[in-house]
Design a binder for this molecule. Structure first.
Ligand SMILES: [Mn+2]
Length: 319
């Protein structure tokens, strides 16, 4: 199995993507004696996807399917970039897609056991469990989401204050060899975590003045000022009774409207499919969360207001 050419594992740069890479790196080293490297991916790299890493050996985890990947594992329902790519996928000894899995690492652990007879150390089970929590936003409550102190949650929050772009590669290497607790206690993680915590507190403090309205259990906010720090769950921290929140935020190249339902006070089943609604505004998403890019600040405000109105009508019709 061993090849003189290195095999690079490319991974989605978020908590479950990093854990997925760490798990696969560990397993491939132990089982197949591969010369492994790893490197994160971003969405810009989809542009010339056919030629991705042409001529090199690679694997991909927690990111789009590529037919040249020697190893590929993902859980995203939107993983196939074309019908041809969907057609090219067959479950195999080295590929597995499970859109029902809340995160990517459990797929790899199960696959390794079933196909390669590899029983992973318990620390990877712990990482996989936390990946499901973080990637699926399955936190116990808003306090755990914002203030949770478990090693996995410290690492996950520290990512928001990464010292540089390659830092996730460093952490993947660390997680391949150590427990979450050991990784969370690294000086660089501790330092980034402290910075991220200060940013969180600032974001929570800055949120209330951004609220335009809180009517019919729908929070509408405008966080487009680039002086404002953003914390994903701030709307539900300040408005725990809210069923939905929608707001405008700045991006590197413009503006984005982000919409979601309250994970800890969920609207009645079937009230609103947010991803489908956002498709009408040129975006997309899942049932519980979605978004759309806007052409201008005015456009972002218009979309956010229209989405809030749709949410309020849905709530008033049913609640
Ligand atoms: Mn991911």
């Amino acid at each position: 199995m061993s090849s003189p050419h290195p095999l690079t594992i490319h991974y989605h740069r978020d908590f479950d993507g990093m854990v997925a890479a760490a798990v696969l790196v560990h397993i491939l080293r132990e089982s197949f004696d591969e010369n492994l490297r790893w490197s994160s991916l971003n969405y810009d790299q989809r542009k010339d996807w056919d030629n991705f890493q042409r001529g090199r050996r690679f694997g991909i985890v927690d990111f789009h399917f590529h037919p040249k990947a020697e190893y590929w594992f993902d859980h995203h329902p939107t993983t196939f970039l074309s019908p041809e790519l969907r057609e090219a996928y067959r479950p195999s000894d080295r590929w597995e897609w499970d859109a029902a899995s809340p995160s990517c690492p459990p797929i790899i652990l199960r696959h390794a056991k079933e196909h390669w007879g590899f029983e992973a150390p318990a620390r990877f089970e712990e990482m996989a469990r936390w990946s499901d929590v973080v990637d699926g936003a399955n936190y116990r409550d808003v306090d755990e989401a914002l203030f949770g102190d478990d090693p996995a949650l410290r690492i996950s929050r520290a990512l928001a204050a990464a010292p540089d772009r390659d830092w996730t590669d460093t952490l993947v290497g660390a997680m391949a060899d150590a427990t979450l607790d050991e990784v969370a206690k690294r000086a660089d993680v501790e330092k980034a975590w402290q910075r991220a915590v200060r940013n969180r507190d600032k974001a929570l403090h800055q949120f209330p003045p951004t609220v335009i309205s809180f009517d019919s259990l729908v929070v509408l906010y405008d966080a487009t000022s680039n002086k404002i720090r953003r914390e994903r769950f701030a709307p539900f921290f300040h408005h725990p009774k809210a069923l939905f929140a929608v707001g405008s935020i700045p991006t590197r190249s413009g503006f984005h409207v982000t919409a979601g339902q309250n994970p800890w006070n969920q609207p009645p089943e079937g009230l609103l499919h947010i991803g489908e609604m956002m498709e009408e505004f040129g975006g997309g998403g899942h049932r519980a969360v979605g978004g759309a890019n806007a052409k201008s600040l005015a456009d972002a405000k218009r979309i956010a207001a229209a989405v809030a109105e749709r949410m309020r009508r849905a709530v008033e019709a049913r609640v």
